[in-house]
Ligand binder design. Structure first.
Ligand SMILES: NC(=O)c1ccc[n+]([C@@H]2O[C@H](COP(=O)([O-])OP(=O)(O)OC[C@H]3O[C@@H](n4cnc5c(N)ncnc54)[C@H](OP(=O)(O)O)[C@@H]3O)[C@@H](O)[C@H]2O)c1
Length: 275
């Protein structure tokens, strides 16, 4: 198999950084997405240094702005010919309720709407590059998530870890609905739990500064991501949830097709996309 092009979001640190590094080590073309060039460029240089692969690039977008996501998708389509793998990994857990540039609650924007929009905007490119894969980094905490379609912006109350769990449930619902819509296209969509890994996000979830961030741990967090993104035996496997490089059943709520369709329709409307 020749070189393939992968776009990894949230690639400047944590599991996204380790994923970009792992793909670069495999000799793939890697486009690292970061919220801005200042945060992304040192990470890009580090991936090149550690992997010896020069074909590692940077693209910037703040996922707290849907206009920025659209600009990034345009830039990607202009600058790259193919996209065999989109890895939606970026996420955030602000301790207090914050809003995005568009006025959306920030976790809902960064963790769900931005990857929803980015994926939709890059679908034609993925289809043209098939076989191709969308890999959504969710979490086992999705099992504790609850989606209130009438309060997607958490206006009724904001508890950071509960909102996080709900956005991670949205990741799985989005993945499964996407897989249904992409059936027969040659583009697969799967979600996964990367493990419990000491990153800045984990520290936000725990509400404390833990021990220093550890690249060995980040690399462990990338193992299932890399497996789902690249394993040849998964080329046609779609609509599944993985943990520890294995298919595992997601929570029941993640399998509710009606909820997935409704969430898709609401998300599309909020992003200004046809549903
Ligand atoms: N760590 C765990 O134990 C664990 C467990 C289960 C699931 N996960 C999932 O794994 C994925 C990666 O998390 P991680 O633990 O590696 O976290 P992390 O180290 O905090 O990385 C998160 C990434 O998302 C980026 N990001 C946050 N807000 C952004 C924004 N507004 N625009 C663009 N990028 C933004 C961050 O950029 P900045 O550095 O600029 O903030 C960073 O690159 C997430 O989807 C998370 O839900 C993690």
């Amino acid at each position: 198999m020749g070189e393939r092009t992968y776009l990894v979001t949230g690639a400047n640190t944590g599991i996204g950084f380790a994923t970009a590094l792992g793909l670069a080590e495999q000799g793939q073309k890697v486009v690292m997405a970061a919220r801005n060039m200042t945060r992304g460029e040192p990470a890009r240089r580090e991936v090149i240094r550690m992997s010896g692969n020069e074909d590692v690039h940077l693209i910037a977008a703040d996922f707290g702005s849907l206009a920025d996501v659209r600009r990034m998708a345009d830039e990607f389509a202009r600058d790259y010919e193919r996209l065999e793998g989109l890895i939606n990994n970026a996420a955030v857990i602000p301790p207090t309720r914050q809003t995005s540039e568009d006025g959306f609650e920030l976790q809902f924007s960064v963790n769900h709407l931005a990857p929803f929009l980015l994926t939709n905007l890059l679908l034609d490119m993925l289809k043209a590059s098939a076989p191709a894969r969308v890999v959504n980094v969710s979490s086992d905490v999705h099992a504790g998530g609850r989606i209130d379609l009438d309060d997607l912006q958490s206006e009724a109350g904001y508890r950071p870890n509960r909102v996080y769990a709900s956005t991670k449930l949205m990741n799985v619902l989005f993945t499964f609905e996407l897989a249904r819509r992409l059936a027969g296209s040659g583009v697969t969509a799967n979600a996964l739990h990367p493990g419990v890994i000491n990153t800045q996000l984990y520290q936000a979830y725990m509400g404390r500064k833990a021990s220093p961030e550890d690249l060995a741990d980040w690399r462990r967090g990338a193992e299932t991501v890399l497996y789902v993104a690249t394993a040849p035996e998964l080329e046609q496997v779609t609509g599944l949830y993985f943990s520890n490089r294995r298919v595992v059943p997601p929570a029941e709520a993640a399998q509710e097709e009606r909820l997935a369709r409704e969430l898709w329709a609401r998300s599309a409307a909020l992003c200004g996309l046809a549903s």
